[in-house]
Design a protein around this ligand. Structure first.
Ligand code: FES
Length: 190
């Protein structure tokens, strides 16, 4: 077990959990920290959270804490979307969408992992499906792996720009939680 390799990710996660803050990374701009959890949500926040997407510019990503798990939110570029859409299902290691809002046997097309009309937003639980590390790819300067999405530093699983496993030991695509758009710039997760 690569204990040493996991430690930085656990520290990152603890920072998120302790402060209920999220880090914003982007291709051109480094955002400092913005608060994402609704402070007056009380116990309900454990079940669902609302996230304001307005500060997250194209090419940037944020991580929020939901039910004790990191949730990755990436504002995808048109190139990232086009790349994800162009991948044939037959090229995928895991052919299922792993979208909690859809039936288990739903194919892992890019539209099945996003919301219609909001395909620029990719929202997933940021826990590697191999042994549970937190993949890199959210912050400015992170390695994003061979497919431009996320790279798990523990044992080298590569995820694409739709969060689908493409290379390495992870068996499944990153989980898409149940979420809905409250309006054009706000989502409710859970
Ligand atoms: S936990 Fe092993 S590759 Fe991610």
């Amino acid at each position: 077990m690569a204990i040493d390799a996991e430690e930085p990710d656990r520290r990152d996660f603890l920072v998120l959990a302790a402060g209920a803050f999220v880090a914003v990374g982007g291709a051109m701009t480094l955002w400092p920290f913005i608060q994402q959890m609704n402070p007056d949500a009380g116990a309900q926040a454990l079940a669902s959270i609302e996230v304001d997407l307005a500060p997250v510019k194209e090419g940037q990503a944020i991580t929020v804490l939901w039910r004790g798990k990191p949730v990755f939110i990436r504002h995808r570029t048109p190139e990232e979307i086009a790349t994800a859409k162009a991948v044939p299902i037959t090229d995928l290691i895991d052919e299922f969408a792993r979208n909690d809002a859809l039936p288990e046997d739903t194919p892992a097309t890019d539209p099945n992992r996003t919301k219609g009309g909001h395909e620029n937003w990719l929202i997933m639980v940021g826990i590697c499906t191999h042994l549970g590390c937190i993949p890199k790819g959210q912050s400015l300067g992170d390695a994003k792996g061979d497919f431009g999405g996320w790279l798990c530093p523990c044992h080298g699983s590569h995820y694409d720009t739709a969060g689908r496993i493409r290379k390495g030991p992870a068996p499944r695509n990153l989980e898409v939680p149940v979420y809905n758009f409250v309006n054009d710039t706000k989502i409710k997760i859970g």
